[in-house]
Structure formats: structure tokens, C-alpha cells
Design a binder for this molecule. Structure first.
Ligand SMILES: CC(=O)N[C@H]1[C@@H](OP(=O)(O)OP(=O)(O)OC[C@H]2O[C@@H](n3ccc(=O)[nH]c3=O)[C@H](O)[C@@H]2O)O[C@H](CO)[C@@H](O)[C@@H]1O
Ligand SMILES: C=C(OP(=O)(O)O)C(=O)O
Length: 436
């Protein structure tokens, strides 16, 4: 179990460049299975989850060539389909959430797709019904081995269909889209998720020869094609990392510039941080956060009632930034209710912040009220364990703002999604070391 030691209370300064988007990368990497031609992908983040998926693809027989930092060429022209029945695959598949998205492409191109119950954060129930209901609508036969938690779908040929998804699942929509692009005839997906991750995936598939319209909306129409070809794709900057760095700057009252953020793809993220009173300046395609010497004040609603920040499927606010929002609010002037609607176990990490001296009432598993300190009292350093990726980074931000030296265990959770985080934070002045 890896550990960070963090000496808090120091000001940071400088520029930080976001990595390529983790959740986009997981979709895009699975899409290389849809063609026998070469697919080159740039700006792939060097993070644990992505590297696990690249290993899985390699074990499946995908030829992989590294072109330089973050750039790889993949060719899925001669796959080892027997790997899908192996113990090794069950092990590889379980190690991350994103592995679920190999099922759609394999089903569409080879008539069968399998996956063990995938891993990822333990942040509440994470069902897969939407994925498999979609495949069944496209004509696949579904089976599930309850003892082994092993899922399978098979179909000699998929047929386009109309479907109204029971929820706008991010990985579910990606999976169904990747199956439908090679189905016979037209597929309509209503209540589709439409995060920038999915928009990027659809644009890439269209460049490969797919016919997807409605990209960016919750109504996708897909005309199936016989075959897809190769392409080159570049990942967007990771919007969750960008939000994490906004929170980091505010809570440590540091001046930071976040480079090349792709503003047009950030949706509500800047606005939601502004509601906490954080000043966000747009400088070209960079975000500049000035040092918040006077702190930051949470806005109320027009009628004077207390602000609520909650998650919703895109273009709503992403659930992956609510832990950061909650943490940053502990030093704001004012109060806020944080409502995590999607996941039922993602707020339990607040007990660590409470240990550090934060004023938080966990109302129920989904809602927490935060009463900010306005920097009149700083958080106290402590020893903690990172329960999930975003709670992990939130605790890291709290530790960097706290007085004294904190210890964070189980940092593998953070490494799942943040590239070389300790080195990048040291480059802007953070006192953080990795100890094993
Ligand atoms: C690898 C990857 O891309 N992971 C992301 C993906 O996970 P993932 O695709 O697994 O998440 P889903 O979108 O399927 O669902 C997330 C949770 O929200 C619930 N739900 C979803 C849609 C909806 O309209 N109503 C609703 O309540 C689901 O029941 C589930 O508990 O999307 C999540 C939601 O943005 C993010 O937290 C994860 O970081
Ligand atoms: C929940 C997340 O990841 P995963 O879906 O991979 O567990 C996340 O990125 O915040």
C-alpha cells in the first residue's frame, strides 16, 4: 500500500498542464477493437487504470506500438479470442471499470463479448443493466454466471433497434454505441449520456466511417455500416483533473494557471466553482486562479436560501467533482449543501475531513452540509486512507491546506487517475513525498 507524506500550509505557484482525460481514454482504447486497421491515439494519460486496459488489449492480441509520450498505435487485426475464456482475462477485466467497454466492440465485430464484473471505485451500487439491456435490444443473447460474476453476450449479427435507456449511463452508452455502429440498419438511442467523453468517442467513430448523428445530445441515431477503418485521435484534457486543480488553488490560496483546458468542453465546471466564490479567469484557453487572499464566499440563491450543489448526467455537474467541491467548501465563507445523487457511498470520506476539524454534517449517505471556516481556523494534519480516487485527491488537497504533516495511505486509488501527481505538485511548490 503506497503512502504520501504531505507537509501542508505552503503556498503553491506556477503552471500545471492537465493530463489527457481518463474516462475518455477508457472508451477510446476499447474502440480500437472495432477495426483491423491501425488507430493512433495521442494524449493518453500514463495512469494505472489506462495502463491496465492497454495490458488487457495486448493480452487479447492487439498489436501496440509506442510512438512517444502518450502516443500509441493499436492494431486489432489478429485477436486471441480464447483469452476471453481464460482465468487471466477474468483477473485483468476485474481490475478496472473501463474494461466493461470491450464487450460492445467485440460483440459487434466477432459476435461475442464477455466480461467479469468490472472493478473501479467502490462508491455504491454500480449496475450494468443498461449495457446489457442495450445489447439485448440489438439482438444479442445474454447470460450471466452468478457464482463467477461473469457476463456474456452473443449474436451472429446485430440488428439496429430503437431504445430508451433506463438511465443515461456513461460507459453503458459508449458500449451500446460501439455495438450499434456495426449493426445492420438503424439504431436510435434516447436518454443517451452525452459527456464530452462520449462526444469524443462518437467523433472518432465517425472518422472511422461510422454514421452517428445527434452527437452531444441525448438522442443518437446510428446507421450501421459493414466495416470501420483506421484513424488518429487526440484525447481532451481531463476535466476532472482541471476541477481538482481549481479546488487545490483556492483551498491553498495559491495563484495557479491551468494550461490548455479546452474551455468549451468544461460545461458547468467553472460556473459551479464560481458559486463557491472562487475567481476563475479565462486567459486564452488557460484558467488563471489568483491567490484568494481574502478567501472566497459561497453565493446564496436569489431568494437568499442556501446553495445546493448536486450532480446530474451531462450537461449537469459531474459527480466526479463533488468530493472536491465539498472539501473546498470547508474553508469558504458561508454554507452549502452538497447532494451526491448518483452514488450512495461517495460521501463517507467526510469523516476524515471532520477529524481534521472541518464543520460538516453528513445528513444521510447522499447529502452533507458544509459550514465553511473562512480560513479563520485551518484544518489539522492527520493520517488517513484514500477510499476512492476522487475522495483521495480531495484529502490530498485538504492535507496541502492543513497545518502540519499528513499521511495518506492507499494512494493507488489516486494513481488510478492522476498521472505522476506527486512530481507535478512538487513542480508548483507542494511538499509531498511518496513513501512505500
Ligand atoms: C470509467 C468511467 O467512465 N467512469 C465514470 C462513469 O461511470 P459509469 O459509466 O460506471 O457510471 P454510470 O453513468 O453508469 O452511472 C453512475 C451512477 O449514477 C447512477 N445514475 C446514472 C445515470 C442517471 O441518469 N441516473 C443515475 O442515478 C447509476 O445508477 C450509477 O449508480 O460515469 C460516472 C457518472 O458520471 C462517473 O462517476 C465515472 O467516473
Ligand atoms: C468513479 C470514477 O472512476 P471509475 O468509474 O473508473 O471507478 C472516477 O473517475 O471518478
Amino acid at each position: 500500500m503506497g503512502t504520501f507524506k504531505i507537509e501542508g500550509g505552503n503556498k503553491l505557484k506556477g503552471e500545471i498542464t492537465p493530463q489527457g482525460a481518463k474516462n475518455e481514454a477508457l472508451q477510446i482504447l476499447c474502440a480500437v477493437l472495432l477495426t483491423e486497421e491501425k488507430v493512433t491515439i495521442n494524449n493518453i494519460p500514463d495512469i494505472v487504470d489506462v495502463n491496465k486496459l492497454i495490458d488487457l488489449l495486448e493480452n487479447l492480441g492487439v498489436k501496440i506500438q509506442k510512438n512517444g509520450k502518450g502516443s500509441y498505435t493499436f492494431q486489432a487485426d489478429d485477436l486471441r479470442m480464447d483469452y476471453l475464456q481464460s482465468e487471466r482475462f477474468k483477473d485483468d477485466g476485474r481490475r478496472l471499470r473501463g474494461s466493461i467497454m470491450v464487450v460492445g466492440p467485440l460483440l459487434a465485430r466477432f459476435g461475442k463479448g464477455y466480461i467479469p464484473k468490472p472493478g473501479g471505485d467502490k462508491i455504491g451500487r454500480r449496475r450494468l443493466d443498461t449495457h446489457f439491456e442495450g445489447f439485448i435490444k440489438l439482438g444479442a443473447k445474454f447470460r450471466y454466471n452468478r457464482e463467477e460474476h461473469f457476463y456474456g453476450v452473443e449474436a451472429p449479427k446485430l440488428k439496429g433497434a430503437y431504445m430508451l435507456l433506463d438511465e443515461a449511463s456513461v460507459t453503458g452508452t459508449a458500449n451500446i454505441v460501439m455495438a450499434a455502429v456495426l449493426a445492420e440498419g438503424k439504431t436510435t438511442i434516447y436518454n443517451a449520456a452525452c459527456e464530452p467523453y462520449l462526444q469524443q468517442l462518437c467523433k472518432m467513430l465517425n472518422r472511422m466511417g461510422a454514421k452517428i448523428s445527434g452527437v452531444g445530445s441525448n438522442l443518437l441515431e446510428i446507421e450501421g455500416v459493414e466495416k470501420l477503418g483506421g484513424t488518429t485521435h487526440t484525447m481532451l484534457p481531463d476535466m476532472i483533473e482541471i476541477g481538482s486543480w481549481i479546488g487545490l488553488a483556492a483551498m491553498t490560496r495559491s495563484e495557479l494557471t491551468i494550461k490548455n483546458v479546452s474551455w468549451n468542453d468544461l460545461g458547468q465546471i467553472p460556473e459551479v466553482f464560481k458559486k463557491l466564490g472562487i475567481i476563475i479567469e479565462k486567459k486564452g484557453d488557460d484558467i488563471h486562479i489568483p491567490a484568494h487572499k481574502e478567501g472566497y464566499e459561497i453565493q446564496n440563491y436569489i431568494d437568499g436560501s442556501i446553495l445546493t450543489i448536486s450532480d446530474a448526467p451531462w450537461p449537469g455537474f459531474t459527480p466526479d467533482l463533488l468530493s472536491v467541491i465539498l472539501t473546498v467548501a470547508t474553508q469558504a465563507r458561508g454554507s452549502v449543501l452538497v447532494h451526491q445523487k448518483m452514488f450512495e457511498s461517495r460521501l463517507f470520506f467526510v469523516d476524515k475531513l471532520i477529524d481534521m476539524g472541518a464543520k460538516i454534517i453528513l445528513c444521510d449517505p447522499h447529502r452533507a452540509t458544509v459550514i465553511g471556516h473562512d480560513f479563520k481556523s485551518s484544518l489539522k494534519a492527520t493520517t488517513m486512507t484514500s477510499p476512492d480516487i476522487r475522495a483521495g485527491v480531495s484529502l490530498l488537497i485538504a492535507a496541502l491546506s492543513a497545518k502540519g504533516t499528513s499521511t495518506i495511505h492507499n494512494i493507488e486509488q489516486i494513481d488510478r487517475g492522476y498521472e505522476n501527481i506527486d512530481e507535478r505538485l512538487r513542480a508548483i511548490g507542494a511538499k509531498i513525498v511518496r513513501v512505500d
